[in-house]
Design a protein around this ligand. Structure first.
Ligand SMILES: C[S@@+](CC[C@H](N)C(=O)[O-])C[C@H]1O[C@@H](n2cnc3c(N)ncnc32)[C@H](O)[C@@H]1O
Length: 239
């Protein structure tokens, strides 16, 4: 209950800072799925360590709950962020999460996640996590390089509409720039682009790419930075 209230408080606070809700929280959706997000949050904690800050997960959950169309995620890892967003959306919406899923079973000794890949590969973990939470129908994992998947989507006649795009894949300047250039045109007007590790000292290329692109495209406006998650809106042309 305490965790639920914290999530609720954070959710309201963040929405208010975005200007999405007023003091009275009038625009907060009546079906804001606090309980679902909370349950998923606790579940993924039990499955294996989380890679994203809890507050960032709340933001993703809030954005997933206030958007209406499909969600695109670049960088799935073990499916945590996909599951958080899945817990906040209705069953008629889908999350497409692209990842190379190439982390080998005997991943570098340097990482604390090394033990995870002893028995299961990355895609096996993501699938296990998704299925354990019952999100099979909401989350589609796409095993591909983000560049190739963007090309595939561009050529698709009935491409799904996306009003939330979360980019958390290649954190180099070149990789981030390339993903932004590829996927930003696929975002619906009024939709949100969310970039992870914007202010991470480990990934200076992310901020460089984001700042460069945002300064050169007036239809995209930075709304808010929560931990290392930067939320950007694609404005309607007349707004
Ligand atoms: C930080 S993790 C994603 C974490 C996940 N969003 C979460 O919060 O649970 C980054 C992932 O991006 C993937 N990745 C990196 N570059 C990629 C690329 N060019 N195309 C597809 N996936 C990529 C890696 O395999 C890794 O699993």
């Amino acid at each position: 209950m305490k965790a639920m209230n914290t999530i609720k408080k954070f959710g309201y606070k963040i929405l208010r800072k975005f200007g999405i809700v007023g003091k009275e929280y009038q625009l907060l959706p009546s079906n804001f799925p606090v309980a679902n997000i909370n349950t998923t949050f606790n579940q993924i904690g039990k499955l294996n360590p989380r890679v994203t800050h809890p507050t960032e997960y709340v933001v993703l959950g809030v954005l997933a709950s206030i958007t209406k169309q499909n969600i695109l995620e670049v960088g799935c890892y073990l499916g945590y962020s996909s599951c958080i967003m899945a817990s906040a959306i209705s069953s008629d919406r889908k999350i497409f999460s692209v990842d190379r899923f190439e982390i080998p079973k005997n991943w570098s000794k340097k990482t604390s996640d090394n033990w995870i890949f002893k028995n299961y590969s990355q895609i096996e973990w993501a699938t296990k996590n998704r299925n354990a939470l019952g999100f099979e129908s909401k989350i589609t994992f796409v095993e591909s390089d983000s560049k190739s998947y963007a090309a595939e989507l561009r050529n698709m006649r009935d491409r799904p509409k996306f009003d939330l795009i979360f980019i958390d894949g290649d954190h180099s300047y070149e990789g981030c720039l390339s993903d932004m250039k590829d996927y930003m045109p696929m975002l619906e007007e009024g939709g949100y682009l969310v970039m992870h590790d914007y202010n991470s000292p480990l990934h200076p290329g992310v901020a460089k790419a984001v700042d460069e692109i945002i300064q050169s495209d007036i239809s995209f406006k930075c709304l808010y930075l929560v931990q290392s998650l930067i939320v950007i809106i694609k404005e309607h042309p007349k707004s």
